[in-house]
Write a protein that binds this ligand. Sequence first.
Ligand code: 6R9
Length: 645
Amino acid sequence: MADELIDVSADWAKRAYVDDAKYKAMYEASIKDPARFWGEHGKRIDWIKPYSDGAVRDVDYTGNVHIRWYYDGVLNVSANCVDRHLAKRGDQTAIIWEGDDPSKSKHITYRELHAEVCRMANALKELGVKKGDRVTIYLPMIPEAAYAMLACTRIGAIHSVVFGGFSPDSLANRIVDCESNVVITADEGLRGGKPVPLKANTDEAIKKAPGVKKVLVVRHTGGKIGWDAGRDVWWHEIAAKVPAECAPEPMGAEDPLFILYTSGSTGKPKGVLHTTGGYIVFASMTHHYVFDYHDGDVYWCTADVGWVTGHSYIVYGPLANGATTLMFEGVPNYPDSSRFWQVIDKHQVNIFYTAPTAIRALMREGEAPVKKATRKSLRLLGSVGEPINPEAWLWYYRVVGDSRCPIVDTWWQTETGGILITPLPGATKLKPGSATKPFFGVQPVMVDAAGDVLQGPATGNLCLINSWPGQMRTVYGDHQRFIDTYFKTYPGKYFTGDGARRDEDGYYWITGRVDDVINVSGHRIGTAEVESALVGNVKVAEAAVVGYPHDIKGQGIYAYVTLKAGQQSSEDLRKELVAWVRKEIGPIATPDVIQWAPSLPKTRSGKIMRRILRKIAENDFSNLGDTSTLADPAAVDDLVKNRAK
Ligand code: 6R9
């Protein structure tokens, strides 16, 4: 079943930008002469000073690693996402906002977007923000999040968006790491009818991030908040005073655009740095081809702007293309599990892009909530964030898309800036569960543990050779960590951290992370982060965290905890530790299972044997492998015997 090939209807293919032959020709050209290919496609963006032919591409994956694209060009991202559309589509809707409360929605035209972005840019200038400064954005899914991002790019400030679900501590760490002096937040967010105390969290975070001098606050729910008159500024008050015009700052193509923190296998989250020219070319081009975006289409990506998917495919890609992009504040099951499909009918959505975890959760509710809406406007479906199992894929295809909408299963990462492996609708026959083929310019290779490149059908670690313009340039403030994380394992290649299989048709099947990163509901969590939160509790001596298969979330978080001497395990303590991790990191890191471990299986050199812990968490005791190298083999027996239910 997993290998059945699904073709798109002839009607559908007629409208598509590319067919199979065109994909092959363009792909070949992109690999044969990348500088020429990307030199041509870079022109889809407006440049204040065009890049020269010789400056399209300058990449070295060895030594100190440098990646530069369009490097002598000058441009401004907000001008590309807003100003350049004014003449032709000033009155077209740029953003449809759908509130958490189904009775609340609004349309923002490109002309209105221009005024709001300019006002916010002027407000930031008033607060002392200058070109190159870092601004932290901690906002719910409201249009002001897009205004804030675009306002930063307008004046050349570097934004760092922090997901509204992160705790005050996580927010503080991110503010401190990039040394932002200004935070943009809201009184509260709203999800599923419940308020999220963003301003209170910000106040709490700033106690640990004293460098913050100004907080710009959007009034959203009108909820009660604390106020520091010397520091806090209402957005609506300053907006009423500043002009609705602000000249876009000319930026070098390689000037930083934004930082986005993401979890890795070790240490604290890293600040992934993207730069201006290459990122916007790549976000715009992938949005155009992967979603086959045509003028007038209504496009909806359900991600949060706190993740890279929200950056590239709610804000930058769609707006650079003059699209109508829908921004949804709520959750899939509020007021009920028909919400997504109701919103699709309400706003006549043509292209819908969501995550497998949402599909699996909605699938569990059966077909009735889907059938409550016609979904007639739908033309294309997309998936992102984690592998989609064929069962969920087929349900999405048959039930949601009525077997007439192709699905684009898009594989990519925060680090890649945009989609790298994906079907192109109209060109690529689909296989449920496979991300299929590389996008233009992308050269995946399968590598075995020894670093040898595998040919033909193969299973191995997924690496990329050959850069693409949207690639991250460095880890903010730590270039050595960039080199060590991505280019050391397999010298000369970018290592993704994912495992994959390439089948006999050259299709890629991503199997998931091969490092110590867990993908929970499409969110990356480093096991090291959860462990460090756990051992931060005074009652905990040691902790080891692994992922295990979870029906809805894809992977769940399984924590083995060794208590300090004198501490007694109990249901209350379990709850206390779960609450502790939620407070330290945020609800996305909530451990699903805590198993008390009198001791953890370790090698004689003291390394925790995660392979064994993963097996036990998976309830698979058949092949625990060689335990003879363990310092204390009895530790394993105890864990097996007491495996948590
Ligand atoms: C865009 C995004 C990246 C990790 C990535 C991989 C997993 C994303 C996927 C997928 C299988 C897909 N992933 N898309 N796995 N099929 N279509 O999610 O970025 O949050 O950085 O996560 O997500 O494991 O390495 P990010």
